[in-house]
Design a binder for this molecule. Structure first.
Ligand SMILES: *Cc1c(COP(=O)(O)O)cnc(C)c1O
Length: 358
């Protein structure tokens, strides 16, 4: 499918202060849009960034048929824009689409759209280490209809914006014993907009108590550790790296998968194991709890400083300096900046020069 390109006449890039980037508030000059109707994708295009005009009965606004992805473009030392495992994001978007009864997006269209958009707006990739161009592919239902059924029409769009390093400080977590994020059989594994609305109140209450994020426990017994905020979680206990398995309630993070692979290759023992919060407490008391960190595209790795559970607080030794988390962060950052050889084919170079559309 050819992507039609209409370039903006003027750029807002000169107004951007790359040293002080607010997260999620700045958007680059262009966006990608494609429409789905009559059972097919139509008119894939890159256009100047613009607002949509939506009918008030647009189904995405009422019945939650809205999913998204989150990925990043970085620049290698020689200035080449790079993507990290874009095909994995395309595949996950389609798994999310399937769960929410939405049409899939051809994987090559997804990757081509992201690549072209990043190529056109490559000047928006901050030239500062740890900063990146955040990419937000989104799929929404667009039928104008009141009534619960799958929409027949959809809009797929991609917007991007420059971001600075996310969560620079180690985070404090509150293990949640009243609210849940996801249940087995539910939509927790989909990157569905509806999952995030329900998480806002517990997050707000945790913040009021002085914590940065919620540590989610399972919905049935409030026992098994799930993930934190919008990150997957890893613990290091007695030299062994442990992360919860994908119960169907946990987002299948691409950083999580990459972390498992990197650590195994480095010789660490990594186990996907249904870890309980009590086991973490016990390890803390025994002195074998060494480190915990969250993984996600936004921060890559966020070190965990403390976890509050019921009336106790687990404090980690050397917060922010966990050896395993630092190794993962450093390695993924180096892969993204092309400073180490990518032997796994995880990074994809975006051609700097535009190729002629055929
Ligand atoms: C996106 C997301 C993650 C992290 O996934 P990555 O692919 O590593 O960015 C983890 N948990 C939730 C709830 C998320 O939305």
């Amino acid at each position: 499918m050819d992507i039609r390109i209409t370039k903006s006449n003027s750029s807002r890039l000169n107004d951007v202060d790359f040293e002080n980037l607010p997260f999620g508030k700045l958007f680059s000059d262009h966006m990608f849009v494609a429409d789905y109707y009559d059972g097919k994708w139509h008119n894939p295009r890159i256009e100047p960034f613009h607002n949509f005009s939506l009918h008030p009965a647009t189904m995405a606004l009422h019945y939650g048929q809205a999913i998204f992805e989150g990925m990043k473009a970085s620049k290698s030392k020689d200035g080449t824009p790079m993507l990290f495992r874009p095909e994995m994001h395309a595949q996950r978007m389609n798994r999310s689409a399937h769960r929410i009864c939405m049409p899939s997006i051809p994987e090559d269209l997804f990757v081509e759209a992201v690549t072209k958009l990043v190529q056109i707006d490559q000047g928006w990739i901050p030239p500062i280490e740890g900063s990146a161009l955040y990419i937000r592919p989104t799929l929404i239902a667009t039928d104008e209809f009141i009534g619960v059924k799958p929409s027949q029409s959809y809009k797929f769009f991609i917007i991007t914006g420059p971001v600075g390093p996310y969560y620079p400080k180690p985070v404090r977590l509150l293990a949640e014993t009243k609210y849940v994020r996801a249940v087995i059989g539910g939509t927790g594994e989909a990157k569905a907009a509806g999952n995030y609305g329900g998480a806002l109140l517990p997050a707000k209450l945790a913040q009021e108590k002085g914590y940065d994020q919620v540590l989610w426990l399972d919905a049935k017994e409030f026992k098994y550790i799930q993930e934190c905020g919008t990150m997957n979680i890893f613990f290091v206990i007695d030299g062994k790296v442990i992360t919860p398995p994908l119960y169907g309630t946990i987002l299948n993070g691409i950083t999580r998968l990459s972390t498992i692979e990197l650590l195994k290759d480095e010789g660490y023992e990594v186990e996907e194991y249904p870890l309980t919060i009590d086991e973490v407490v016990e390890a803390y008391k025994k002195g074998t709890l060494q480190e915990a960190f969250g993984t996600g595209t936004a921060a890559v790795v966020s070190h965990i400083e403390a976890i509050s559970y019921k009336d106790m607080v687990i404090e980690f030794p050397n917060p922010g300096k966990g050896k395993v988390g630092e190794f993962v962060k450093h390695t993924i950052d180096q892969l993204r900046s092309g400073s180490i050889a990518d032997t796994r084919g995880w990074t994809v170079k975006v051609p700097v020069e535009e190729t002629m559309e055929v």
